[in-house]
Ligand binder design. Structure first.
Ligand SMILES: Nc1ncnc2c1ncn2[C@@H]1O[C@H](COP(=O)(O)OP(=O)(O)OP(=O)(O)O)[C@@H](O)[C@H]1O
Length: 308
C-alpha cells in the first residue's frame, strides 16, 4: 500500500531568499495520528501548505496516496482536508451553508445526509442554522473542521488545532480527532504543545529551522522517557567496575568517583535493590545519590537547542 503522504527531498526557499524547508523526507502511514512538533517559525505551516497545494514546493516531491501534488493536483487535493491555523469563515453564513458550500468547491455532488453526519459528529447539529458570527470560538473551530471534512477526505491536516483554545475545549478537540482516526482518517497535526503530542500522537516528528530532526513512535519516545538515571557518588573512587557488577551495565565516571545506573521506571523491577546488595557485597559504599529523569520537553529542548 502507498503511504498516505510521502515527502521526498523536499526543500523550500521563499522569494525573500529564506530557506524554510531543507531536504525533508517523511512518510505518513494510513490511519495514524502524526504530530509535527516544532517551535515558532520552524517550518510546520510551510510543510503543510506545500502538501495541501497552498504554497509552491521548491525541490523535491510530495505524493498523497501515490498522487503527485503538482502533476496530479486534483486527485491529490481531493484526498486531503485542511483545518488552517486561522479561522476563515464567512461570518454571515449559517453553519449548514458554509459546510455545504465547501463540499461544492471540490465538485462533489450534494449529500445532505453526509453533512448532517459530520455536523452531528462535531456536536454542531443544533447550530446548523446559526450564523457563524454568533458562535463561540470553540464552535467556530469545529466549523473549520466540518468544512475540511465536507468533501470526505481520507487525510486531514490540522494546523495548531489548539492554539488559543482553553483546556476544556482542547480535550474536546482531542476526542473529536480520535473519533476521526477511528473512522479511518489519517491525521497530521502541528503543535508546539508537547502535551498535545504526548496525548494524541501515534508518531511524533520534530522540525526545527526547516529540518526534520527526529521521527519516532510515541511509545518508543515514552519508553525513553520512562528511563531514569541513578548516580551514586562513591566514598572511595574505584578504577573499574568489578566483574560481579557487570550485569548492571554501570557507567563509571572518568575519575572513578561516580557510578551511573540506568533503569526503567515502568518496568516491574528497577533492579535497584539488587544493585545495592551487590555493591555492599563488593564493599563499595556511596555517600550520596541523585536520580534524574528526562521528559519529552527536555528531549525536545535538547534537539532544538543543539542546532541553534
Ligand atoms: N511567504 C513567505 N515569505 C517569506 N518567508 C516566509 C513566508 N512564509 C513563511 N516564511 C518564513 O518561513 C519560516 C517558517 O514559517 P512557518 O509558518 O512554516 O513556521 P511554523 O513552524 O508553522 O511556525 P508557527 O508555529 O509560528 O506557525 C518563518 O521564519 C517564516 O517567517
Amino acid at each position: 500500500m502507498q503511504p498516505a503522504i510521502s515527502v521526498a527531498k523536499l526543500s523550500k526557499t521563499y522569494e525573500t531568499g529564506f530557506e524554510a524547508l531543507k531536504d525533508i523526507d517523511l512518510e505518513i502511514r494510513h490511519g495514524e495520528i502524526f504530530a509535527l512538533l516544532g517551535p515558532n517559525g520552524a517550518g510546520k505551516t510551510t510543510l503543510i501548505n506545500i502538501i495541501c497545494g497552498i504554497v509552491k514546493p521548491g525541490e523535491g516531491r510530495v505524493l498523497a496516496d501515490g498522487h503527485d501534488i503538482v502533476s496530479d493536483y486534483r486527485a491529490a487535493r481531493s484526498l486531503i482536508g485542511l483545518v488552517p491555523q486561522e479561522l476563515t469563515t464567512d461570518a454571515f453564513e449559517t453553519v449548514w451553508a458554509t459546510v455545504s458550500f465547501s463540499r461544492g468547491l471540490f465538485g462533489k455532488p450534494k449529500n445532505p445526509a453526509y453533512i448532517e453526519k459530520i455536523l452531528k459528529d462535531l456536536s454542531l447539529w443544533e447550530k446548523k442554522d446559526s450564523k457563524i458570527m454568533t458562535l463561540s470560538g470553540g464552535m467556530k473551530r469545529r466549523v473549520m473542521i466540518a468544512k475540511a471534512l465536507s468533501h470526505e477526505p481520507r487525510i486531514l491536516f490540522l494546523d495548531e488545532p489548539s492554539a488559543g483554545v482553553d483546556v476544556e475545549l482542547r480535550r474536546d478537540m482531542w476526542e473529536v480527532v480520535r473519533r476521526l482516526r477511528d473512522s479511518g482518517v489519517t491525521i497530521i497535526l502541528t503543535t508546539h504543545y508537547i502535551e498535545e503530542a504526548e496525548e494524541m500522537a501515534d508518531r511524533v516528528g520534530v522540525i526545527n529551522r526547516g529540518q526534520l530532526v527526529l521521527v519516532e513512535e510515541k511509545s518508543v519516545l515514552m519508553r525513553k522517557l520512562g528511563r531514569k538515571e541513578l548516580t551514586l557518588q562513591l566514598q572511595q573512587p574505584v578504577d573499574r567496575v568489578p566483574e560481579s557488577l557487570s550485569s548492571f551495565s554501570l557507567q563509571l565516571s572518568e575519575d572513578g568517583g561516580e557510578l551511573t545506573y540506568v533503569y526503567d521506571t515502568q518496568g516491574e523491577r528497577t533492579g535497584i535493590t539488587r544493585l545495592f546488595k551487590a555493591l555492599e557485597e563488593e564493599g563499595i559504599r556511596f555517600r550520596d545519590l541523585v536520580t534524574t529523569q528526562s521528559s519529552l520537553e527536555e528531549i525536545f529542548v535538547n534537539l532544538v537547542s543543539r542546532r541553534q
